[in-house]
Write a protein that binds this ligand. Sequence first.
Ligand SMILES: C[S@@+](CC[C@H](N)C(=O)[O-])C[C@H]1O[C@@H](n2cnc3c(N)ncnc32)[C@H](O)[C@@H]1O
Length: 271
Amino acid sequence: MARRLVVLQSSANAPESGRVVGKVWLVGGGPGDPDLLTVKALRLLQSADVVVHDRLTPQPVLDLAGPQARMIDVGKRKSRHTLPQDDINALLVALALEGLKVVRLKGGDPFVFGRGGEEMQACREAGVPVEVVPGVSAALAAAAGAGAPLTHRGMAQAVTFVTGHAASGQAPDLDWNALASANHTVVVYMGLSSAPIITARLIEAGRAASTPVLAVENASRPDERRVLSTLGQLPSALSGIDGPAILIIGEVAALAEDATLLDQVLERVQA
Ligand SMILES: C[S@@+](CC[C@H](N)C(=O)[O-])C[C@H]1O[C@@H](n2cnc3c(N)ncnc32)[C@H](O)[C@@H]1O
């Protein structure tokens, strides 16, 4: 059967013919340790004309950009608010239409709770070439650093990544029955403020209050901190954690090494 070639490019916003268009690379910058960048990410950083990054991108990662690169922080404005996503999309497109090699450096992996999909679509719609370079997501770095495998024979046959982000006081819109099933690791991104609601929902749905939970703050960075507790104790275990943190919920969390046990934290605090 004859195959038809389909060219996936929008004509509405496509650049005028003859104009030299640059390219956007959506690059996973990893969890913070520059040694966890991929070789491809490093090469792109060294050769980019422009690096568009977030406010919290660690300096050791930014320092790997070549001296020619113009660094644009989309998190720094007079109002101290992050640039709205639509403006970031428009910026990436405009820079590439100037013929520049643009690295959009994202924390972790661009396609894991990173809004990389929206940036990719904006480039496609504008006819700007775009490539995605995967990165080490925070969950993977947290699990590796702690020695708590996300899946483990006989303990966890599945792992689910969820966002804990929700409107203030509300539960994230998740399938709690599915998440409460045994032999299953649940990794929560952005879950610090909603941790009390998340734990309550999981326990209501049948997950044991004694299920181990590992909280990892600043995974892979010099100030990384780990606290091991249980689902029932989680809200008190998190007091004092305010940096970016991942929650690893499930039996595998108990395999973590060097984690401070909640009981020890409480003993110290109450002494
Ligand atoms: C907007 S999401 C971005 C996730 C990112 N795309 C990834 O793949 O890791 C931000 C959340 O990721 C988690 N996170 C990012 N970096 C982290 C780190 N170094 N240690 C622990 N959690 C981290 C936190 O839950 C934080 O609130």
